[in-house]
Design a protein around this ligand. Structure first.
Ligand code: ACO
Length: 434
C-alpha cells in the first residue's frame, strides 16, 4: 500500500468516547481514500456499502477514470490518444507492463503472443458437446475455464515466468476460442489463426474466412475492430474485473479466474449491454415509437431501462462513447451504408434523452455500448457475438489486473463482510411440531 498518507478521518461512535482514526491514503490523481482497516478493532463496527460504490478494494496503477470529467487513462495515457495513435497489441503491452514498448520490445511481445494463438487440438472436441444454438458466451466461459486442464506446466501463480506465459496464452487464445464459438454456431469449419495478421485482422479473419474462398481483411474494418478492442481493454475495478480479482485472491489459476470474469461480463447491466442495445432498437422498430419507449423507461414500474445509457462512474459523458460514435460513422461510410435506420434511431434517442429531465437530472449519458452494437452489426457480426468481442478485448485488462493483484504484497483473500438481519439464535423444532 502506498504510504503517502496525509491527514485522516476520525469516526466517533455516538454516545461513547470511542473513536477511530482512518489515515487518508493519497491517490496520484483522484480522491484520497480513508484506510478503515482498524475500524472494527477500534469501534466494533463494519462499513455498509452495497455495490461497493464507495469502497476501494485494492490499490492499482493500471487504469484511472474520472467519471465527472469523462476521463479515462490507461497507465496515464488518455484513451483518445491511444485510440487514435496506438493499436491493441501495443495497448496490451502497456496495460501489462506499465510502459509503452520500444520497437524491439513490441516486436518481441507480438511474437510472444502470436506463438500462442493456436489452441490444443483436443479443445476442438469440447465444441461437439455444445448445442449448435448455444450462446457463444456460454461456450467461451466453458472453454476458457477448461484451458486450466491443458497447461499444468504453467499453473504456479507464484512463479513470475509461469504467470507471464499464462498471460500470453490467454491474450492469444481467447480470440481463437471466440471465433470458434461463432463458427460452431453457424456450422462452418473452424478457421486456424494467421500469425502474419495483426490482432484485430486475425480475429476478423478467423470470424469471416471460409476454406472455399479467399478472404481479404478490409483495413478500415480492421482498424475499427482494433479501436473497439482498445476502448474495451480495461476499465479499472468494474464488476467482471473485481470478479477476476476476487477469484484470483483465493489462489485460483488464471484460466479459472478469467472464466469467472467472462461469466460476470455476460450480464446485461455490464458487457451484455451492447447486445441489449441492438435488441432494444430492433424492438422499438421506428423513430415514431421512441417517445412512447422513453416514457416506458421513465416509469419505474415497467422495469425497462434505456440500454447503453448510464454508468456507475461516468456522470458527465463516457469518453469511449464519443470515439465509438465517430468510428460508427466511419464504418458505415466505408461500407457504403447511407441510411442505417438503427443508427438514425440511436441518434434520435440520444437527442431526446439528453434533453429529457429524467436523464439529465440522473446524469445518464450514452455509454460505450450505445454505439458499438451498431458498428458490429454493420460489420456483419451477429448480435450474440457482441459480448464475446467485449470479452476478447477485456481479457488483457483482466490478466493485467490479476497479475498486479498477485504481485501486490498487501494482497489477501477477498472476503466482504455483511450486516446480518436474519433470525437470531433459536432451537430446532422437530417436523411434527411445526
Ligand atoms: N435507463 C433508465 N434509468 C436508468 C438507467 C437507464 N439505462 N440507468 C440508471 N437509471 C436510473 C435508475 O433507475 C436510478 O433512478 P432513481 O434514482 O430514480 O432510482 C438512477 O438512474 C441511478 O441509477 P443506478 O441504478 O443507481 O445506477 P448504477 O450506478 O447502480 O447503475 C448501470 C449503472 C448498471 C450501468 C445502469 O445505468 C444501467 O443498468 N444501464 C443500462 C445498462 C447498460 O448500458 N450497461 C452498460 C454499462 S457500461 C459497461 O459495462 C461497459
Amino acid at each position: 500500500m502506498s504510504d503517502a498518507s496525509k491527514g485522516s478521518v476520525t469516526l466517533t461512535l455516538d454516545g461513547t468516547n470511542r473513536s477511530s482514526s482512518a489515515p487518508l491514503v493519497q491517490a496520484s490523481v483522484g480522491p484520497a481514500v480513508a484506510d478503515i482497516r482498524k475500524l472494527y478493532a477500534d469501534l466494533g463496527i463494519f462499513t455498509f456499502d452495497p455495490g461497493f460504490g464507495m469502497t476501494a478494494a485494492c490499490e492499482s496503477k493500471i487504469t484511472y477514470i474520472d467519471g465527472d470529467q469523462g476521463i479515462l487513462l490507461y497507465r496515464g495515457y488518455p484513451i483518445e490518444q491511444l485510440a487514435e495513435n496506438s493499436d491493441f497489441t501495443e495497448v496490451s503491452y502497456l496495460l501489462l507492463n506499465g510502459e509503452l514498448p520500444n520497437k524491439k520490445q513490441l516486436a518481441q511481445f507480438t511474437q510472444d503472443v502470436t506463438m500462442h494463438t493456436m489452441v490444443h487440438e483436443q479443445i476442438r472436441r469440447f465444441f461437439d458437446g455444445f448445442r449448435r444454438d448455444a450462446h457463444p458466451m456460454a461456450i467461451l466461459c466453458g472453454v476458457v475455464g477448461a484451458l486450466s486442464a491443458f497447461y499444468h506446466d504453467a499453473l504456479d501463480i507464484n512463479d513470475p515466468r509461469q504467470r507471464e506465459i499464462s498471460a500470453f496464452r490467454l491474450i492469444a487464445k481467447v480470440p481463437t476460442i471466440a471465433a470458434m464459438a461463432y463458427k460452431y454456431s453457424v456450422g462452418q469449419p473452424f478457421v486456424y489463426p494467421r500469425n502474419d495478421l495483426n490482432y484485430a485482422e486475425n480475429f476478423l479473419y478467423m470470424l469471416n474466412a471460409v476454406p472455399a474462398e479467399d478472404y481479404k481483411v478490409n483495413p478500415i474494418l480492421a482498424r475499427a475492430m482494433d479501436r473497439i478492442l482498445v476502448l474495451h481493454a480495461d476499465h479499472e475495478q468494474n464488476a467482471s474485473t473485481s470478479t477476476v480479482r476476487l477469484a484470483g485472491s483465493t489462489g485460483a489459476n488464471p484460466y479459472a479466474c478469467i472464466a469467472a470474469g467472462i461469466a460476470a461480463l455476460w450480464g446485461p447491466a455490464h458487457g451484455g449491454a451492447n447486445e441489449a442495445v441492438l435488441k432494444m432498437l430492433e424492438e422499438i422498430g421506428s423513430p415514431e415509437n421512441i417517445p412512447a419507449f422513453i416514457e416506458k423507461v421513465k416509469d419505474k414500474n415497467s422495469h425497462v431501462k434505456l440500454m447503453g445509457f448510464g454508468h456507475r462512474v461516468y456522470k458527465n459523458f463516457d469518453p469511449r462513447a464519443k470515439i465509438m460514435k465517430e468510428t460508427c460513422h466511419e464504418v458505415l461510410a466505408e461500407l457504403g451504408i447511407k441510411d442505417e435506420p438503427l443508427l438514425d434511431m440511436a441518434m434520435e434517442m440520444e437527442r431526446i434523452a439528453l434533453e429529457d429531465e429524467y436523464f439529465v437530472s440522473r446524469k445518464l449519458y450514452p455509454n460505450v455500448d450505445f454505439y458499438s452494437g451498431i458498428i458490429l452489426k454493420a460489420m456483419g457480426i451477429p448480435t450474440s457475438m457482441f459480448t464475446v468481442l467485449f470479452a476478447v478485448a477485456r481479457t488483457v485488462g483482466w490478466v493485467s489486473q490479476w497479475k498486479e493483484m498477485i504481485e501486490d504484497p498487501a494482497q489477501r483473500i477477498g472476503r466482504p463482510r455483511q450486516v446480518y438481519t436474519g433470525a437470531t439464535n433459536r432451537d430446532y423444532t422437530p417436523v411434527e411440531k411445526r
